[in-house]
Design a binder for this molecule. Structure first.
Ligand code: HEM
Length: 231
């Protein structure tokens, strides 16, 4: 029997039948065939959507002054708050070692907005996400929310250089997980690959969740209302 091994982002190998985070031994000289980990497949399949999201966000114009910065934070809040609420209704995070409470971004958006003397409109706070209906889709959505912390580091450096206009204590959202951003992304990728390894049949649904999330972001930031608020 040929055993198929995957290498996780931490370099540990997992068998298809193996339990999460249970390392498998690679026997020397054994025939190995390593399909791409789910995270890499997602990354290449949705790279065009990442480019579209970047373009829709319109950085650096989206943070060029206080008014556009507030409108951008409100835009993210309108996406992240209902999405995070929908993610919290799904079950399966703990089995993958993911603690959703550590990955909440909307509370940092509220904090930044409060420092800037602003508050998300009540209509946003009441909105819901109807398209996220399964755990694999939710995992695909979380991949986008967590991945956006990487771009956030680029935006943060830009904001730091503009601290006269935008106070640095109002940059919690783009700070992501702070010094832990790299480690948090690594554990996200490990969880994703572990899930892909255990449930190869669900990869399509994970990608669907990622695609739908990117599309929601692109719609939001290209909406005429948002564009009028940031221009
Ligand atoms: C709403 C907007 C955005 C979303 C949702 C988003 C999402 C993501 C995701 C999911 C990843 C992880 C890709 C992977 O390695 O699997 C990522 C990576 C990254 N993003 Fe974005 N992103 C956004 C905007 C931006 C912007 C505006 C920039 C630049 C200013 C940017 C720069 C980056 C960088 C530098 C990486 C790391 C790429 C690498 O490691 O090669 N992103 N982003």
């Amino acid at each position: 029997m040929i055993r198929i091994f995957h290498l996780g982002a931490n370099g540990k190998a997992f068998s298809r039948s193996g339990h999460a985070y249970e390392p498998c031994r690679l026997s020397g000289g054994a025939e190995t065939q390593m399909p791409q980990p789910l995270s890499q497949r997602l990354r290449s399949a949705t790279a065009p959507l990442h480019r579209q999201a970047e373009a829709a966000l319109n950085f650096p114009a989206c943070v060029h002054d206080r008014a556009s910065y507030v409108a951008t934070l409100v835009g993210f809040y309108g996406l992240y708050a209902p999405l995070e609420q929908a993610l919290s209704l799904q079950r399966g995070w703990e089995c993958l070692g993911l603690n959703l409470r550590e990955r909440v971004h909307s509370s940092r958006l509220v904090r930044d907005l409060a420092i800037l003397g602003s508050w998300p409109p009540p209509s946003i706070m009441a909105s819901t996400v109807g398209w996220l209906t399964s755990f694999p889709q939710a995992l695909g959505a979380l991949y986008v929310l967590e991945g956006s912390t990487l771009g956030g580091q680029v935006i943060l450096r830009h904001l730091e250089a503009r601290s006269a206009e935008i106070p640095t204590d109002a940059t919690c959202f783009f700070s992501g997980h702070g010094a832990q951003t790299g480690a948090m992304w690594k554990s996200m990728v490990e969880a994703l690959d572990c899930f892909g390894d255990r449930h190869p049949e669900a990869g399509h649904s994970v990608q669907e969740g990622t695609t739908l999330t990117y599309q929601a972001i692109i719609r939001r930031f290209t909406s005429p209302l948002h564009q009028s608020e940031t221009s």
